[in-house]
Design a protein around this ligand. Sequence first.
Ligand code: BES
Ligand code: MN
Ligand code: ZN
Length: 462
Amino acid sequence: MSVKLLSETPAGAIAIHPISATEWEGWAAGQSEAVANWARRNRFAAEPGSQLLLPAADGGLAAVLVGVDAAPDLWALAGLPATLPDGDYRLARDYPAAVATRLATGWLLGGYRYTRYKAPKSEPAAALAVPGAELAEAREVAAAVALARDLINTPAEHMGPAELAAAAEALAAEFGAECRVLVGDELLAANYPAVHAVGRAAARAPRLIDLRWGAATAPKLTLVGKGVCFDSGGLDLKPAAGMRLMKTDMGGAATVLALARLVMARQLPVRLRVLVPAVENAVAGNANRPGDVLATRKGLTVEIGNTDAEGRLILCDALAEADAERPELLIDCATLTGAARVALGPDLPALFSPDDALAENLLRHGVAEADPLWRLPLWAGYAKWLDSPIADLNNVAESSGAGVGGAIVGALYLQRFVTATPAWAHIDMGVWSDADRPGRPKGAHAMALRALDALLVERFGG
Ligand code: BES
Ligand code: MN
Ligand code: ZN
């Protein structure tokens, strides 16, 4: 990516002027007749997201005008790098450091592309100096978002359980963390039976990725991510349209690895643990069947009402292990249900937590970081929908509750396995955007990552 931030403003850098619609008339009034005419001819009125190139007398580029909101968010400049001519630019406006840093982050994200299989037609080469921005901060956040997106965008063929584990190991190596990976039958010996049961039918062995970093005495922060590298639905096979995007079913894992990257880069004073059960939900003669009863790490037995509710099965073993340590904070991210997407659409992950203060803090950071979430309830009245006549619980609601409140039911299932940790948040997320927006191209959509990062910085100090 040759979209960059500059620490010094080079002589001759072209000015970028962010202007809000309400400021526009006054701004234009202070310009030459030629500039005012040019803007009028191009119908530029500083609407958010609009931009105007001002030509120089010699045919060069004199300056760039960009319409922004009065309080510009992360994405305010994200449309520029891919559309401006190559060159060096400077932001010709002073913002408070936090805003400047956010704008700088958005600039970098505006250069994100997924290029593994196809070279881009043109490679943007635009560099920006942003006065007052913390460049290292902007670069770390952009790198974390890019990591999550790259992992999610990579097709299942090249992002199986082994490759996901390799990504975690590479991250661990970069930051001096420890990473242990249980593979295949080792999961049985180490008592992760549900992870094994879901993943055993795939040609690629299931795994439990366990990354640790930080001082053993520091407050424990544990992140759990759903790492289903492809979700065919298992024997209760998904129809074609529902299967099409299931390479993204490791989006929770991608999100927690990206969040771990930020925690380590910031050197937050925590004992970080990341648990990612990584499997492929495939079909073979040894696949788990509807009606089977699985053992779980916690000792609860689970009747399989539907093999397509596999995420909660692998997560319940990882959450039981996380919960046994009673971390100060436990967060899981998962592409758990289509129902969350039906309820809240593609841009709002569903947040569940028994801890009101934790939930409210995370929602607040979501708004502040332009990375919003929406809370749904762990409605205890529906918990009995998960009853099974022959096991401790069913993995889906079969009679009462079938087909309704699916995101809540999924969260209630997970809650059965988090019994010792009060500060737990479960985020049911979509991680895919069909919309093509500045800084957020169609494809992998890293959600809740920056909101969570801000929460951790506030809670543990940065
Ligand atoms: N990975 C899916 C959920 C999903 C679907 C995420 C679409 C993102 C987009 C999950 O494993 C699943 O299949 N859930 C089922 C649960 C049902 C069987 C209770 C669902 O949502 O249909
Ligand atoms: Mn599924
Ligand atoms: Zn799934």
